[in-house]
Design a protein around this ligand. Structure first.
Ligand code: SF4
Length: 320
């Protein structure tokens, strides 16, 4: 199978006035064409930083990629020039955020906003072709095309997020990075928007990284799940590897409350004793060692390597 995205040994730092935050620490991740990967973990695990690195949109002057490789559609992202990135963003990779208003322009009609994105990337198309495409895209996301002359504030939260998705998918990118795209919406709307995203990505054959806290969403939408802790993927596998397999990283066990059970009403991740490590001062060895009930001596010295078992990989000294 073809790898669309390959992230290897990625390290990303944020430099503040008095400290260096290690946001991503040795991240490895691969996405195949057409696949949906759920990226799960607590706030501060580095999920959004990983996505912003692929977009090359880390906060300027503060965020830096220190080491590693990001290969997207055979392009070397880390060494790509900003001019090239402008065409890569939208055409090859797009990102949607939790709050639709961060991506929408309040003073442009939604039709104009989609039109602008198309015009930027499809320089050879005529105005009539672009307008026709705006109508098609709106219909794809379930918005009647006569609403294209409305402004964002005239739409409900769910409809706004549909517009954002329309903009992100306008140029049919190969990869969609969706950062908690439905978290700000109420539950019934969440389900509708997710269902629409699922249908659309199948139709357009887009791959997707879905950042979420909700394991129910993962089970419904994703092919594989990656669990992040302190800036690295500590467990990754097919959805069935994570939901049915008995072997788990101690952190994943903590998240699930030992056994993942989707029939339980609590689909959210359960809290684990202790705090995420201070990103300015990560523990030596396994970053989870201060919270791990199974911590051994060597966990405090040596960083565990990936133990691969078929489609399931765990980064922990217990599995070798
Ligand atoms: Fe726990 Fe050691 Fe495994 Fe880390 S490597 S999760 S500390 S057992």
């Amino acid at each position: 199978t073809n790898k669309l995205l390959r992230i290897e040994d990625l390290y990303v730092e944020y430099e503040t006035d008095d400290a260096t935050m290690h946001a991503v620490n040795g991240l490895d991740l691969e996405i195949e064409e057409g696949e949906t990967l759920g990226l799960v973990g607590e706030t501060g695990a580095g999920k959004t930083t990983a996505a912003l690195s692929v977009m090359k949109l880390l906060p300027e002057k503060i965020g830096t990629i220190k080491k590693g490789r990001i290969e997207l559609d055979n392009l070397d992202i880390i060494n790509a020039a900003e001019a090239d990135m402008r065409s890569i963003r939208g055409n090859i990779v797009s990102m949607i955020f939790q709050d639709p208003m961060t991506s929408l322009n309040p003073i442009l009609t939604v039709g104009d906003q989609i039109y602008e994105v198309l015009k930027l990337h499809r320089k050879d198309s005529s105005n009539a072709q672009l307008s026709k495409r705006v109508d098609e895209i709106l219909q794809l996301v379930g918005i009647p095309s006569d609403r294209k002359n409305n402004y964002p504030h005239q739409f409900s939260g769910g409809m706004k997020q549909r517009v954002v998705i329309a903009i992100a998918l306008a140029c049919e990118p190969k990869l969609l990075l969706a950062d908690e795209p439905t978290t700000a919406l109420d539950v019934t709307i969440q389900a509708q928007v997710l269902e629409m995203m699922k249908t659309l990505k199948e139709k357009l054959k887009t791959s997707m990284i879905l950042i979420t806290h909700d394991m129910g969403v993962v089970a419904q939408t994703c092919d594989r799940v990656a669990i992040m802790y302190a800036g690295e993927v500590i467990e990754i596998g097919k959805v069935e590897d994570i939901f049915e397999n008995k072997n788990h990283h101690p952190y994943t066990e903590g998240l699930f409350g030992s056994i993942p059970d989707l029939t339980k009403s609590t689909r959210r991740l359960s809290p684990i004793q202790g705090l995420m490590p201070d990103p300015t001062d990560l523990p030596k060895g396994c970053a989870f060692n201060p919270r791990c009930p199974k911590c051994m001596d060597k966990c405090k010295i040596e960083k565990p390597a990936n133990a691969v078992n078929g489609s399931h990989t765990i980064k922990c000294h217990l599995f070798k």
